[in-house]
Design a protein around this ligand. Sequence first.
Ligand SMILES: Cc1ncc(C[n+]2csc(CCOP(=O)(O)OP(=O)(O)O)c2C)c(N)n1
Ligand SMILES: [Mg+2]
Length: 273
Amino acid sequence: MDTEKLTYLKEKAREIRYLTMDEIGYLGVGHIGGCLSIADVLAVLYFDEMRIRPDEPNWEDRDRFVLSKGHAGPALYAALAAKGYFDKSELHTLNRPHTHLPSHCDMLLTTGVDMTAGALGQGLSCAVGMAKAGKAFHKDYNVFCIIGDGESQEGQIWEASSIAAQWKLDNLYVFLDYNKFQIDGGLDDINSLIDPVKRWESFGFETEEIDGNDIEAICGALQRMKAVRGKPKMIVLRTVKGKGVSYVEAAGAGNHNMTFTPEQTLAALKELE
Ligand SMILES: Cc1ncc(C[n+]2csc(CCOP(=O)(O)OP(=O)(O)O)c2C)c(N)n1
Ligand SMILES: [Mg+2]
């Protein structure tokens, strides 16, 4: 990967983390852990991979994105604002009355959001439907979807995965945010996925596990996956929940939905500058 592109994408991931921290810190509370873990994949998707037009958000042939773990909405809003879908100043309206940016994604409220999400387990089914529609209407767009590891305890994730393989949806790219934490503790202490690569492989997906906070690894996996035809794709992202802010990272299971004082927010932002 050329160093100029890598530097650019790393800077975009930093910007997404900074804007997310600013959004949530300004409000004083939010799902910071699961937002920071996906900043790198969002940077790759929005600033390298996806065929999109911020000035024509509903362009029919655009690639689609579904944030199935919809509680990480603030990270998606940061990526959309950084990409120019709306003004960055809107980010300070997060989750306030009459905002366009609710804590969980709402396609009827936010420019650039392709699917409403928040009830865990449902977004992947929507992504499968979008990918199937692409095939049915002979469109060449791809659908990208991020699911959580705790979210993958929902049976609907497996129903959707099963039919995606049956329909040979090679235009569907699913990322598992394998940060090993869910709302109330460690994944392995509650309901482990045991071996997500083997699981999705057995469901008929082309599957790979990588360091999900490594931009180069994400780009490499996507390139390899794009060469594979006739199967949906699963990229298991080994990530750190809260990545980039040491105080948030250190909170572990406590960083799912954190409160912030103005002082804590400023210290966190300083680390992300
Ligand atoms: C159907 C449903 N049940 C419960 C919740 C509440 N909830 C929000 S986030 C979350 C934990 C999700 O864990 P994970 O998928 O691992 O998310 P991440 O670690 O990426 O934040 C839960 C239980 C929900 N949003 N939807
Ligand atoms: Mg998790």
